[in-house]
Design a protein around this ligand. Structure first.
Ligand code: GLN
Length: 247
């Protein structure tokens, strides 16, 4: 039996998985296996209740507006209390793009307003203007985590953080939350474990240090306590990105 097991629950795995976000789950699974850690993956679809104590990391991927509309009401009703309880005990809630847009108060789409799950103070709306689309790099400051992330964004919704709400990072190149204030994503909740980002790719194969930060945080340990893996190529790519950005 492995000493520790990372217990992941993917929310709406059939509807919220645009841009191969399942690849993020594979990274968690593989890196646990390579380290001799256990890994469990559960799924929760529309109508399924979540046990707030049963998962260390709850994952919400990206989605088209029409798929988000199917999930938003369920997230804000059936799963709301369990997600708040999980975040309150320090579980990681990790949401990508369409998932990020549902973490806050709501997502306004023309005449329609999708409810958010209210885990963090942010709001999202469609605005006139182009989709925010292309490669993106951000600088971030996570205890024991990487200082840059690289990914890809493609969203029409613009997200605005409430006063005092921390972004996940600051845009080096690309658009981020809204294309204007240089914020990217969000990091909040009672323990700073509610994490959202617009970065796809999928994100984690390109940013293994961030995958480890999420894994360690979900397990309640410091990232440095995870047995090291051979990430020489990833580290070199990130060092080069940081150098090019003058970090
Ligand atoms: N539907 C959302 C938007 O276009 C999110 C898209 C996505 O997850 N890439 O803003």
């Amino acid at each position: 039996m492995p000493e520790r097991t990372l217990r992941v629950c993917a929310l709406y795995p059939d509807l919220m998985n645009i841009y191969a976000d399942r690849g993020n789950l594979t990274v968690f699974e593989r890196r646990c296996a390579w380290r001799g850690l256990g890994f469990e993956l559960a799924g929760a679809g529309i109508g399924d209740a979540i046990d707030p104590d049963a998962h260390d990391l709850l994952y919400i991927g990206g989605g088209q507006d029409r798929d988000q509309a199917l999930c938003a009401r369920d997230l804000a009703s059936v799963k709301r209390d369990a997600l708040h309880a999980a975040a309150a005990r320090g579980a990681v809630v990790f949401a990508v793009c369409g998932g990020l847009q549902l973490l806050g108060h709501g997502y306004e789409l023309g005449d329609e307003r999708l409810p958010g799950v209210g885990l963090v103070d942010l709001d999202t709306r469609r605005e006139d203007g182009p989709r925010l689309l292309g490669n993106i790099a951000i600088a971030l400051d996570l205890p024991g985590g990487p200082n840059t992330l690289a990914g890809f964004e493609n969203h029409a919704g613009r997200t605005y953080l409430g006063g005092g709400t921390e972004p996940l990072g600051r845009v080096i190149r690309g658009n981020g939350n809204n294309g204007s204030d240089r914020t990217e994503g969000v990091r909040g909740g009672p323990h700073g474990t509610v994490i959202g980002t617009y970065m796809h790719g999928p994100l984690l194969p390109k940013n293994t240090g961030f995958a480890d930060w999420l894994t360690a945080t979900a397990l309640g340990i410091a990232p440095g306590e995870l047995p090291p893996l051979d990430d020489v190529l990833e580290a070199a790519a990130h060092a080069e990105a940081a150098r090019a950005a003058g970090l």
